[in-house]
Design a protein around this ligand. Structure first.
Ligand SMILES: CC(C)(COP(=O)(O)OP(=O)(O)OC[C@H]1O[C@@H](n2cnc3c(N)ncnc32)[C@H](O)[C@@H]1OP(=O)(O)O)[C@@H](O)C(=O)NCCC(=O)NCCS
Length: 169
């Protein structure tokens, strides 16, 4: 496992995070948008980071290897009273770092944080059913399969289902 420095995102990460998102969305079909759909400017990305820092059920982690952003992982909560017990998890690792344990480490950090957070009792996530590495990672971390959205993705001329997974924390 490469030596990754994992911290909560700060406003000054905004420009680098935009570059990271544009790169990683070009490296995998499994994220929800294409690189050209990353249209936020740096100020809007700073607002996005600000929202995570302000929310007590939200957390955005940035992993750096050799000073360069290698991965992000997040839990996004909501203030809606009926759903504020729950957070949605997301994760993305640059292709050159896949398979070296970074995803597992980030998942563990987020799960530890969620379990220690008395406001959270459930995490959910959405994953493309063909994303076998991600589904394997989530099952390994204790998530279970909870539902299926059919024809959720459409790309390369075909539909692909989305699996909804969850874990009680
Ligand atoms: C999914 C992702 C986060 C995994 O990150 P990672 O750093 O490669 O994860 P790790 O190295 O910690 O572990 C990957 C696990 O998947 C397994 N794996 C890799 N490719 C696999 C495949 N095709 N099928 C099944 N398992 C696979 C590895 O063997 C490893 O499992 P193990 O720990 O039991 O040996 C990363 O591939 C990624 O960011 N992909 C692009 C973005 C993405 O898909 N994000 C998730 C959207 S829901």
């Amino acid at each position: 496992m490469e030596n990754a420095d994992i911290r909560e995102a700060v406003l000054d990460d905004a420009a680098e995070l935009l570059d990271f998102i544009r790169q990683v969305t070009g490296e995998t079909p499994f994220l929800r948008f294409f690189p050209e759909e990353v249209t936020l400017n740096v100020e809007q990305e700073r607002d996005f980071i600000r929202k995570f820092s302000a929310g007590n059920t939200s957390r955005l982690l940035v992993a750096r290897i050799g000073g360069k952003v290698a991965a992000t992982a997040s839990i996004e909560g909501t203030p809606l009273k009926k759903f504020r017990h729950r957070g949605e998890l997301g994760i993305a690792v640059l292709q050159c770092h896949w398979g070296k344990g970074l995803g597992t480490r980030l998942m563990q950090e987020l799960l530890d944080w969620a379990r220690a957070n008395p406001l959270l009792s459930k995490l959910i996530l959405h994953v493309n059913v063909e994303n076998h590495a991600a589904v394997h990672l989530y099952l390994k971390c204790g998530f279970r399969r909870e539902g299926l959205l059919s024809r959720d993705f459409y790309y390369d001329g075909r539909y692909v289902d989305t699996l909804i997974m969850g874990i009680d924390v």
